[in-house]
Design a protein around this ligand. Structure first.
Ligand code: ADP
Length: 354
């Protein structure tokens, strides 16, 4: 890509982004049935190219059991990692122009959040999730601008567990300071990265640290939020001016409701913390979307940490992950209702299957 082509593309991109200012985009991704799950019984009735999704209540099929939703995009189970990334590429690239971008994955445990953000365990390049693809793309574009704008890229990786922020890239794990601007967590270690292989090495360390102290890795990762933050500093070699952008890639804790009568002790505490932070996130996004004068950032560590990247000129995208299995119907409905609330579009009952 030559510099002029990039500039033209950026201008187009900038115009697109101006339209989206202050808005959150919600993309819904339905994961496929996994091998060995028995006879698939799906709640997904219809996936439209225009972002329409119709789901069926398995206990009241056909009659009054259809619900229609509309998001900015809906992916059928057949969508590939590459297709998903193509749609978010402009957003990712805007970080190199000095924007702050936040990309979340929301959904119950097992709905494909980690698959979308990171990819399956030991993913080949084809299966890479958003995290690797984003960094890879940022390196590619920054190379093509070299000499005109020179970039430096740094990565932090933290997790929020029981309202405590932990550094995933250091043994000194517990962090206390959260600043309002610039670095989200100033005392979390930050590593400069120059290539995708540097990123892979770091993420491996981070993912390993995430499992420390957990009885089983899956358990811990479904009960904490993990945040990869990419800091970009670009220096214009002609004018000497410097721009900063950052990209937060957030794999949220599982959104499933926990039956309070069934759990005690640690599990109950975890559930309460997750509940509180996910509902705070919903409240912040909802207040931003409804242009409220008070945005309740301070109600959770998650929203405090992401404050400078939620609202204002920042761009937010949420992947809402859906498990299509009829068994998950009630969890899926609560996921979709959350998504509907943050996207600000409520459609109500659907009349037909289309
Ligand atoms: P979560 O992070 O929400 O708990 P995972 O990302 O771990 O869920 O997904 C659960 C399982 O489903 C994993 O085995 C994952 O590889 C698989 N999976 C999720 N989404 C897809 C997809 N789009 N294509 C193929 N397999 C998927």
């Amino acid at each position: 890509e030559n510099y002029h082509a990039v500039l033209t593309e950026n201008r187009k991109l900038f115009n697109e982004l101006q339209e989206l200012k202050g808005n959150i985009r919600v993309f819904c991704r339905v994961r496929p049935f996994l091998p060995g799950q028995g006879a698939p019984n799906t709640v997904v009735e219809y996936v439209g190219e225009d972002g329409e999704l119709v789901v069926t209540n398995p206990t009241r099929p056909r009659k009054d059991g259809l619900r229609k939703f509309r998001f900015n995009k809906v992916y059928s189970p057949a969508a590939t990692q590459a297709e998903v990334f193509t749609d978010i590429k402009p957003l990712v690239r805007s970080v190199l122009d000095g924007f702050n971008v936040c990309i979340f994955a929301y959904g119950q445990t097992g709905s494909g959040k980690t698959y979308t953000m990171t990819g399956p365990d030991g993913a080949s390049e084809e299966d890479w999730g958003v995290n690797y693809r984003a960094l890879n793309d940022l390196f590619k574009i920054s190379q093509s601008r070299k000499g005109n704008i020179n970039y430096e890229v740094g990565v932090q990786m933290v997790e929020i567990y029981n309202e405590q922020v932990l550094d995933l890239l250091s043994n000194d794990r517990i962090l206390s300071t959260i600043s309002q601007n610039g670095l989200a967590v100033p005392d979390a270690s930050m590593y400069p990265v120059k290539s995708t292989s540097d990123v892979i090495t770091l993420m491996d360390i981070g993912l390993q640290n995430r499992s420390v102290g957990a009885t089983a890795m899956n358990e811990r990762s479904s009960r904490s939020h993990s945040i990869v933050t990419v800091h970009v500093r670009g220096k214009d070699m002609k004018t000497g001016s410097v721009l900063y952008g950052n990209l937060h890639l957030v794999d949220l804790a599982g959104s499933e409701r926990v039956d309070r009568s069934e759990v005690k002790g640690d599990r109950l505490r975890e559930a309460q913390h997750i509940n509180k932070s996910l509902s705070s996130l919903g409240d912040v996004i909802f207040s931003l979307a409804s242009k409220s004068s008070h945005i309740p950032y301070r109600n959770s560590k998650l929203t405090q940490l992401l404050q400078s990247s939620l609202g204002g000129q920042a761009k937010t995208l949420m992947f809402v992950q859906l498990n299509p299995d009829a068994i998950s119907y009630s969890e899926s409905m609560s996921t979709l209702k959350f998504a509907e609330r943050v996207s600000g579009v409520e459609l109500g009952a659907a009349k037909s299957s289309k």
